[in-house]
Ligand binder design. Structure first.
Ligand SMILES: Cc1ncc(C[n+]2csc(CCOP(=O)(O)OP(=O)(O)O)c2C)c(N)n1
Length: 371
């Protein structure tokens, strides 16, 4: 039998049309009206925060930033669809999940600045957020590794039978890494409770998807590993929420892992170290801007009289006020104390590190006495 476009790995599941009008009814439990409004608030919040962080990077206040502009729907839908006990192994574009999980904005920002308020003590790059409190593991910048980490953690969760689901993220470029194969193969063979989400934003820095794979979609690759592969509109937060919830339910009830390709587009540069004008056209970016996930949800909410321009302005105002206050606090903090570099490395520090810490403290005391 030939492949049908209804095949979830080859078609494109969507709820909202490009202009935001709802398509056909799509399942048993669409999100409540309040949840749908909250989705817009969360997407707007990360967009505003990241615009400000990108500007701060240009001012030399932040060392690096990798924004998710245009891709906000995937982390927001994931943050809302998975339970708080579920573990997240993010890649670069999922910084919003911690905020959706109510992680304090100030502490989140301290990590971007790597200052004394940073719970990671300045040891991670910006956009590599993590916190045990919200079950989010730090991303190693090595592309693709988070999938195999997630599958391993899910195998542990499966052995513990604790009802936890583990979610791993990657980009389209990561699918060409050996880790992608190892992760999907282990997931197919051992069937741990995990969901692997590939944000296909069409570019891996300057490499387009046409040079990344000859497969018709990324989702179809799951089939070779014995996994369900689902292709979903990555700029349609309602569709994403539905697909993630189904995948989470399947994993939690013993039905095994799912691989999801979310079809989206990186509107901005790869990171603050990139200039996309040298490898892609403005026309292509303009085409994708028409499918902006915030604009599409806004039309849906307005059509259903759930929001109006006054409410949207008030939402933006509240976010900007909260962000400015948080930034005042965060930017008043200095770097982490140099002494903290000895923390958290060994459960029982070896003698030579103790000696080095002691020498450093004595040196600082002498320096402070003399200045
Ligand atoms: C193993 C490895 N190879 C190369 C790089 C350099 N690098 C950083 S980001 C990136 C592209 C990643 O593209 P993709 O997986 O599509 O994710 P996106 O950044 O588009 O979200 C590359 C090649 C790296 N960090 N790790």
């Amino acid at each position: 039998m030939g492949e049908s476009r209804d095949d979830p790995a080859l078609g494109l599941f969507r709820v909202l049309s490009d202009d935001g009008n709802a398509l056909a009814p799509y399942g048993k439990a669409p999100p409540s009206d309040a949840t749908a409004v909250d989705m817009l608030r969360h997407m707007m919040r990360i967009r505003i925060i990241e615009e400000r962080m990108t500007a701060r990077q240009r001012q030399g206040k932040v060392g690096f930033y990798g924004a998710s502009t245009g891709q906000e729907a995937t982390p927001v839908a994931a943050g809302m669809a998975f339970q708080k006990r579920d573990w997240i192994f993010p890649a670069l574009r999922e910084s919003a999940i911690m905020l959706v999980r109510n992680f304090p904005l100030t502490t989140w920002l301290c990590q971007v600045y790597g200052n004394s308020g940073d719970i990671l003590k300045g040891r991670q790059m910006p956009s590599h957020m993590s916190a045990k409190a919200v079950h989010q593991v730090a991303w190693s910048s090595c592309i693709g590794t988070q999938l195999s980490h997630a599958v391993g953690a899910a195998m542990a969760a499966g052995l513990r039978k604790d009802g936890t689901v583990v979610v791993g993220f990657c980009g389209d470029g990561a699918t060409s890494e050996p880790d992608f194969h190892a992760a999907l193969n282990f997931a197919g063979v051992y069937r741990p409770p995990c969901v692997m989400i590939c944000q296909n934003n069409h570019w891996a820095i300057s490499v387009p998807t046409s040079q990344q794979t000859a497969s018709s979609t990324f989702a179809v690759k799951a089939r070779a590993y014995g996994l369900p592969g689902i292709r979903v509109d990555g700029n349609d937060v309602l569709a994403l929420h539905h697909v993630f919830q189904e995948a989470a339910d399947r994993a939690r009830s013993g039905g095994g892992p799912t691989f999801v390709e979310t079809v989206t587009y990186r509107i901005g540069p790869h990171s603050s170290s990139d200039d996309p004008s040298v490898y892609r056209s403005e026309e292509e970016v303009a085409e994708w801007k028409k499918r902006d996930p915030l604009a599409r949800l806004t039309v849906y909410l307005k059509t259903r009289n759930l929001i109006d321009d006054v409410a949207i302005e008030s939402m933006q105002h509240k976010i900007n006020t909260e962000l400015s206050a948080a930034l005042n606090e965060v930017e008043s903090l200095g770097p982490p104390d140099v002494d903290t570099m000895f923390d958290d490395v060994f459960a029982r520090p070896p003698w030579h590190l103790d000696a080095q810490r002691k020498a450093l403290r004595e040196h600082r005391a002498r320096f402070e006495r003399n200045t």
